[in-house]
Design a protein around this ligand. Structure first.
Ligand SMILES: *[C@@H]1O[C@H](CO)[C@@H](O)[C@H](O)[C@H]1NC(C)=O
Ligand SMILES: *[C@@H]1O[C@H](CO)[C@@H](O)[C@H](O)[C@H]1NC(C)=O
Length: 339
């Protein structure tokens, strides 16, 4: 272990809600002590404004000039061939402890035998307060694990669309022959075995225009301000979204990922990344493929060994809980009723 104890503790602290509050508190304190308005103070007050007001329209930028601060262009090189599944895990820079748990659980690249899986954590720039400390920590973490892909803009919820698209840019450049690409958030339970064996079928033909997950059909934009998923009529004027797969986790063929990326450049970006991918699909004339019923759960579900062996994903699963249930989960499930 190269990481010093205090660094781990700082990382773990920052990845908790308490750490977030602490950061906020420190920044407010700092702002009241000095009359200088630090970049962080500006960002944090902007965040509150955001929650109370209309979102700023996103401008189509970033995409042409992407660069990575941490990169692994040779991640997909393997004498056995291209990866069957590329996992792009969205995490925030400060979630050091969460990434560690994911590596030990569902992010383990060798968990499913017989297929090549590659995993990368996608993250942006850390918040300005403690930015240098966090950046040093990230470089150390990356030296140890070689799995961080850091994009060159601020890691905020409202930059998530850009983050996902930039990750797909990476795929186009460094891993274009991956058969399937999974976009997944860090606050989930994932069952890679079920995903590979029951949804993607490694021995079947590659499904070309394929994307699946939890499909939202005919959803209406939230027009009430102050709500997390608020969508202004200026940004999106229609009163129905096209079909789209829920953001916590969706999987698509590599070829479709490349087509989504290509068409994304001609579509006005919106901050709801999953809806945006839906808009790209609509433009391409591709409909999401239904997954087996109740396999991508968008709500938390209490862990149960047999149930969890027959699904792909459960949202709102905290990493502490994941760590707790994992030893039981990976025990043989031959005792479960089939079907
Ligand atoms: C990943 O899974 C393999 C096979 O189950 C296991 O041997 C290995 O220890 C796991 N690695 C980690 C980091 O947990
Ligand atoms: C997105 O990232 C850019 C570049 O770091 C930053 O200036 C901007 O504030 C971020 N946008 C939002 C909405 O957070």
């Amino acid at each position: 272990m190269k990481l010093m104890k205090w660094e781990l503790m700082l990382g773990a602290l920052l990845s908790t809600a308490f750490g977030g509050l602490l950061l906020l508190f420190l920044s407010q304190l700092l702002a009241s002590w000095t009359d200088l308005s630090s970049p962080f103070t500006r960002t944090s007050s902007k965040k509150f404004e955001w929650q109370a007001q209309t979102p700023p329209a996103l401008v189509p930028r970033v995409l042409q000039s992407y660069s990575f601060l941490l990169n692994h262009p040779d991640k997909c090189e393997d004498p056995r061939g291209p990866p069957f599944l590329l996992m792009l895990v969205m995490t925030r820079p400060q979630e050091v402890g969460v990434r560690q748990v994911i590596r030990q659980t569902w992010g383990n690249e060798t968990l499913v035998s017989g297929v090549i899986i590659r995993r990368l954590f996608v993250l942006g720039l850390p918040p300005p307060l403690f930015a240098q400390e966090l950046q040093d920590l990230l470089e150390e973490e990356d030296r140890e694990h070689g799995d961080l892909l850091q994009v060159g803009f601020l890691d905020t919820y409202h930059n998530l669309t850009f983050k996902v698209l930039t990750a797909l840019e990476w795929m186009a450049q460094s891993c274009p022959t991956a058969q399937y690409v999974l976009k997944v958030d860090s606050d989930v339970f994932l069952n890679p075995n079920y995903l590979v064996q029951q949804v993607l079928w490694p021995n079947g033909p590659t499904q070309l225009d394929f994307i699946t997950g939890h499909i939202y059909r005919g959803a209406n934009p939230v027009r009430k301000q102050n709500q997390k998923w608020y969508m202004s009529p200026e940004l999106y004027s229609h009163n129905q979204y096209p079909d789209y797969c829920g953001g916590p986790g969706y999987v698509m063929s590599g070829s479709l990922a490349l087509r989504i990326l290509a068409v994304a450049k001609s579509i006005k970006p919106i901050h709801l990344e999953d809806v945006f991918v839906g808009l790209c699909l609509q433009q391409l004339g591709v409909k999401p493929t239904p997954s087996p019923p109740n396999t991508f759960l968008m709500f938390w579900r209490k862990y149960d060994h047999c149930t969890f062996h027959r699904l792909v994903l459960v949202h709102h699963f905290q990493h502490q809980e994941l760590l707790q249930i994992w030893p039981d989960f990976i025990l043989s499930h031959s005792a479960c009723p089939t079907g």
